[in-house]
Each structure stands twice: as C-alpha cells, then as structure tokens.
Design a protein around this ligand. Structure first.
Ligand SMILES: NC(=O)c1ccc[n+]([C@@H]2O[C@H](COP(=O)([O-])OP(=O)(O)OC[C@H]3O[C@@H](n4cnc5c(N)ncnc54)[C@H](O)[C@@H]3O)[C@@H](O)[C@H]2O)c1
Length: 677
C-alpha cells in the first residue's frame, strides 16, 4: 500500500507499477465501441503514450493497445493506485496551500469505490461521468496540486492537466473545462471517438468538477419531489400505503430508495446490475431486495395494504416490472402503483446507460461490445415497451414524471408514444419534475447548496447542521415573503433530521436547498466557526450544477424559459466566468451532464472556507452572483417570480442593477402588427 505522499509524488515510472489489469470484484464500465478508423486508433495510442518517456513506450504501447481493443478506451489500469481511495482528512495531504489539499480531498472522494460507480474507469456516477480520462492524468493532477502555490492556477482540459500557470492569489486555483467541443461536432458519435482518443471527456455535473457527495446529493431533492408529487397528483400530504415505482440504484438514482423511506411510502426500484443493488443495500439505502417478480408483487401488495414504509430493490429490468404491473391490473383490476418515474442513465442510452429488456445484464453487455447497432435497436424497442406499459397504467390513474434523465426525450426518439398535441417542443405527454413538481424554485433563487467538512470528522458535520438550521431560522424570524417561507420551513425540517438518516457515503457532506440570502448566511457562519475553532478544518462549499444559474438545459433546468432562449447557453458560461473572478477556489464548465452530451451546458464551483476574513468576502461576493445571474436571466425571459425575487435582491444591494423587461400587456397589439387578425 502506497502513502498519500507517494500518491502526490508524480507518475510512478521507476520502477513501473506492476500491471494487475482490471480488478475482479469491482463493477466495471461497459465496453465502449467508438468505431475508430485505423488513423484514429494510431492517434489514440500515440496520445496515451504522450504521458510517458520514450524508453517506456515499447512496454506500454502493447498494453494500451490491448485496452483500446478490449475496452474501447485507454484507462491505464496499471496505474490504478494501490492506496485505498477515499477522502482522507485535509491535513494528511502534502501541499503548499490548504486550498489545493481541499481539492485533493474532493477528488479522492469522487474516486472512492464506496462512492464511485466504476472506480477503475474513473467514473463517479451517471454511467459515464468521468473524473479523469485515464490514471496518468490523476497522478499528474495530484502532483500539481501538492506542488502548487497561491500564485499558480492548474488548467484542466477535459481531464488533461495542461499545467500550472502563473496567476495570483485571488485567482481560482483550478480552472476546469470538460467536453468543450465546437458545437457542430458535439454529436454522440463524435464524442465516442474523441473520448477514445483521449482528447475530450464527459464530466457529468459533479464528477469532472470534483464536487460529488454521493447519492445524498439528490436525496433531498428526491424526497421533495416524491412529497410534492403526492401533494400535486394525489392531493395527499401523507403517502402511507402509496406506491412509487421507478428504476436505477446507481450513483444518483440510489437516492430514490432512501427518499421513498423518508417520504413514508412504498418504493419499488428495479435495477439490472446486481452490484449496484447490493451496494445500496449494504449501505443501508435500500431495505429489502429480491430477484423474483412474484415476491416483489407480493411484498408490494402487503406493504400497500398494511401501509408500511418499504424500499424494495427488484433485481431485474424495469420493463418487466412495468409489464407485470399491467398484467396484475388486467387480472385483478388492482392498480398497484400510484406514482412512477425512471432514473436509468437515459442521457447515454446506447452505451450502457439503459439496458434492454430482451437480454440479461451479461448478454446485453456482450452485445454492446459485439454489435452496438443491434444493441441500439433493442434499447429503442425496450423503451417503446416501457412507455406502452406506463401509458396503460396512467390511463387508469398512475402519475408518471420524467426525472431529468432524458427518458422522455429518448423514448420519443425511439418512436414511443410520448408526444402531446399543442405543447412546446420541450414538453411531452408526462411532465418534467423540474417545473411541474419542484415548482418555481429556481426562479425564487432556491437550489442545491452543499458543503463538505474536510476534517472528515462526523462531529464537524453535526456542528454545520446546527449552524445551517439556526441561520435559516434567523432569516425567517426577520420576516420573509410567503412564497419563500414554505421553502425555508421544508429545509429547516430537512436539516434538523438529516443527521438521523445516515446519509453520508464518502466525505462528510451535507446538502440543502436555499436561496441567495440563506446560502450567504450559512457560508459566513460556517467560515466563522472554522475561524473560532468550533470546526476542526476548512469547509468546502459548492453546489450541484443543477441549479438556478449553473445549467442551461432546455429539457430540464431551463425548460420553463419561454422567450425562445431555452436553447442558448450564455447563462452557464457567464456563471463559470463570473464565479472565477469573484473568489471561487475552483470552477468548472461542462458540455453534457444530466440529460447528456450536446444537450446541456453546465458549470459549478468549489470555494474553500478557511476561516479567514477574505473567505467571508469571497463567499458573499461569489454566492451573490452565483444565484442572481440565473434569477436575472429568468426575470428577463418573463418569469414573474424571478422578477419579484431580483427586485427584492436589488433593494437589499445597491450595487445590483438588473435590466427589467416590460411585459406586452395587450396580445392584440402583437397580432395586429403581424397581420394575424
Ligand atoms: N433528477 C436529478 O436531479 C438527477 C440528478 C442527477 C442525475 N440525473 C440523471 O439520472 C440518471 C441516473 O443517474 P445515476 O447517477 O443514478 O446513473 P447510474 O448510471 O449510476 O445509475 C442508473 C442505473 O440504472 C440501471 N439501469 C439501466 N437500465 C435499466 C433498466 N432497463 N432496468 C433497470 N435498471 C436499469 C443501471 O444498471 C444503473 O445502475 C442519469 O441520466 C443522470 O444524468 C438526474
């Protein structure tokens, strides 16, 4: 076992580490099928050897060529570190600035096998959300971070560390771009080739930006989604005895089981990959598991009847589950499901994100490697079958929603019946959770704010939970708008109970939804607690990119932008740049994330609160921009809640002046001017 000091000493070349190949007993990413031409294969191999001196090329070339042939990508398995990968406490990393050590803490968390979906392929979540493209990049980055001073910035090109460049104390320590491809070449086919050649990378949202916090990252949002779906569709506050059926127990989707438990309903979650199912069960995120549909339906009926809270993982394909629920209905007249969704990795349906029902998991992986075209056909057929079953049940009273994984978009592309007449091109027969269920949260400035205690001490996390609850309560006591008060109340309840639900997987992290004022108050209070020693080490603040200003995604975060700009991405790009010069410790801008490559641009940040006055100043300035940017854009697009929110923020901050839109009050004026009488 090597030490963190060795891990930060640069690529181990002399001697080369033993080539152990892929480890058994660890889940591995499906084989990629980039379809490289002979010249592209040559380039891919040549590019991978760039990280090594020529004396090693003969030995490594054959090995890397084999990886390319066997797995469709050069991961450089030989260089998988032997040290246990996890978020070690900040003081254990060799460094010249604590900010760099905090970033190492976050990177190590993203690659922790308890956290990461395919740790040896450097995939944190979402099937293909890479932290780096290969292990050489990891070693180089750790070394750069250990050596960097506060007068340098590390530049990351899609996993590749271009190097340390002179900058200044106030600049970000790391600037990351992932998947920035000339727009006309940002297709899935091109992506597979570019990734295999090692020149671009899909970083999802928080994988390639080093701020993933395990499935807790969305458990809070998922709880609210299930509760709000119950309120909105079933008219119920209490979900006892109500059944929620969905799929996916992966990186993010694993949150669904815990959410069903916290929301007090019966959650049935299908998962084809046994390793993913067992992992969530072992982590206590899933109460029971079964691989029998009979058993699954029997437990569902029992829990529904007795109104017992249950999260049950069905090991099998979700299409089989939906079709069985249809047969149960046809045979008995019992509609056994009230709420439904899907969280397979449909943003990446043809490379292992969605498994077709016609084959077992193993057979599907073989077909994916041997005949990707056939695999694609089966996926599309399977999506059509899934939608047909959902349609049948929804006609009987099931409420189904899209969970931001491009399920409806891909189902439509497959030819499934998901279209709806008379709606805009970003809408379908079933609603998207963002605007229909979560409501106008982004326009009010609310979004998933998170923090990580780099001491790694659970006691520090408890202290921050108390700080956050008390800061939100103070804000309410000072008086807030009615629309905002409900959000605050829900989040105070959440944070008060969070510690009890055993949500931590990996680093000592917490998430809640807050608006600008809440985020700033919490950050400032945490920083002061670092300063006065109530917290043992710096705290990193960050957020999901799935936020007010972080993401331009016409089928999800910005699906309620109605001025024609839903397909524009100025907001996310401005956000990344604006965060960078307002004090972020690192910033990231990504193509893809959530709904997939080419479908979205998103960005995020990390900011280290080290207890200094300067950190407080940075947090105030950066968080203000990080929320107000998106609220202002949403206001300009015509959103009334956003208009009200930004107007209030301007009253509180004389430095903020936003261009406000005038509404056209008389529709007739438009019609007349255009000759549409
Ligand atoms: N709603 C949100 O806020 C949100 C947040 C993050 C990610 N997402 C999106 O949700 C999706 C899932 O994310 P993730 O991180 O959990 O991905 P993941 O790849 O880790 O998990 C998806 C799981 O679905 C399983 N699966 C695939 N096809 C299946 C099938 N037919 N039947 C049963 N199981 C099947 C896979 O084995 C996998 O374990 C992604 O598209 C992601 O972009 C949504």
């Amino acid at each position: 076992m090597s030490s963190l000091k060795e891990l930060c000493a640069g690529l181990p070349l002399n001697p080369l580490p033993e080539n152990r190949g892929r480890a058994a007993g660890v889940p591995h990413a499906p084989r990629r099928t980039p379809g490289l031409s002979a010249e592209e294969l040559r380039l891919a191999l040549q590019n991978s050897l760039r990280y090594f001196p020529p004396v090693l090329h003969k030995e490594l070339a054959q090995e890397f060529a084999d990886e390319l042939r066997l797995y469709g990508h050069v991961y450089m398995y030989r260089f998988c570190p032997q040290i246990q990968m996890r978020a070690y406490p900040i003081h254990e990393y060799p460094c010249k600035t604590k900010k760099a050590a905090a970033i190492m803490h976050m990177i190590m968390n993203n690659l922790d096998p308890a956290v990461a979906q395919f740790p040896q392929e450097l995939v944190t979540y979402g099937g293909n959300g890479q932290v780096f493209s290969n292990w050489a990049q990891f070693w180089l980055v750790m070394n750069y971070l250990a050596e960097m001073t506060e007068d340098q910035t590390l530049v990351m090109y899609s996993g590749h560390p271009l190097g340390l460049f002179p900058s200044h104390h106030n600049a970000p320590r790391v600037v990351i771009t992932n998947g920035m491809v000339i727009p006309n070449y940002s297709s899935r086919e091109e992506y597979e080739k570019l990734f295999a050649m090692g020149v671009t990378m899909y970083g999802q949202m928080t994988a390639g930006s080093y701020c993933y916090i395990g499935p807790q990252g969305i458990v809070h949002g998922t709880v609210l989604t299930v509760l709000n779906a119950g309120r909105r569709y079933l008219g119920l506050d209490d979900l006892a005895g109500k059944v929620f059926v969905t799929s996916g127990l992966g990186g993010m989707s694993g949150a669904q089981a815990k959410a069903a438990d916290i929301a007090g309903c019966v959650g049935i979650i299908a998962e084809v990959d046994k390793a993913a199912l067992l992992k969530r069960h072992a982590q206590g995120w899933l109460m029971e598991i079964t691989d029998s549909l009979d058993q699954c339906v029997a437990r569902l009926r029992e829990a529904r009847k007795n109104k017992t809270v249950l999260s049950l993982g069905y090991h099998g394909n979700v299409v089989d589950l939906w079709e069985r629920l249809v047969s149960e209905y046809e045979a008995t007249g019992d509609l056994l499901v009230d709420l439904g969704s899907d969280q397979t990795s449909c943003h990446n349906p043809f490379s292992g994100g969605y498994y077709p029902v016609q084959l077992s998991f193993e057979e599907a992986n073989q077909l994916l490697a041997s005949n990707p075209e056939k695999f694609r056909e089966l996926v599309q057929e399977s999506l059509k079958r899934q939608v047909a079953a959902i349609n049948t049940l929804s006609e009987k009273g099931l409420f189904f929603w899209d969970y931001g994984n491009a399920f409806l978009l891909e189902a439509k592309r497959a030819g499934a019946e998901v279209e709806k007449d008379g709606v805009g091109k970003t809408e379908f027969r079933y609603p998207s959770y963002v605007q229909h269920i979560m409501g106008e949260i982004f326009s009010l400035g609310f979004g998933p704010f998170r923090w990580v205690c780099t001491s790694g001490d659970p006691q520090d996390l408890s202290v921050t939970d108390l700080i956050a609850a008390s800061e939100l309560e103070n804000i309410i006591n000072q008086g807030v708008d009615e629309a905002v008060q409900q959000q605050y109340n829900d989040n105070i309840r959440w944070i008060r109970e969070a510690g009890r639900h055993d949500l931590v997987v990996g680093s000592q992290a917490r998430i809640l939804y807050s608006d600008q004022k809440g985020r700033v108050c919490i950050a400032v209070a945490i920083n002061r607690a670092v300063a006065d020693g109530r917290l043992k080490a710096p705290v990193v603040i960050s957020r999901d990119h799935h936020d007010v200003s972080g993401t331009d995604s016409p089928y999800r975060e910005t699906s309620n932008i109605y001025d024609g700009s839903a397909f524009c991405a100025d907001m996310a790009v401005q956000n990344f740049v604006g965060d960078a010069f307002r004090g972020a410790t690192w910033v990231a801008l990504h193509n893809g994330g959530g709904v997939g490559w080419g479908e979205v641009i998103n960005g995020g940040f990390g900011l280290v609160l080290d207890g200094s006055e300067e950190s407080e100043e940075r947090a105030r300035m950066m968080l203000g921009w990080d929320v107000s940017n998106g609220v202002a854009r949403r206001c300009w697009s015509g959103n009334r809640n956003a208009h009200e929110t930004i107007r209030r923020t301007m009253e509180e901050n004389s430095g903020l002046r936003v261009t406000l839109p005038y509404q056209v009050e008389d529709e007739l004026i438009l019609r007349k001017a255009l000759g549409h009488n």
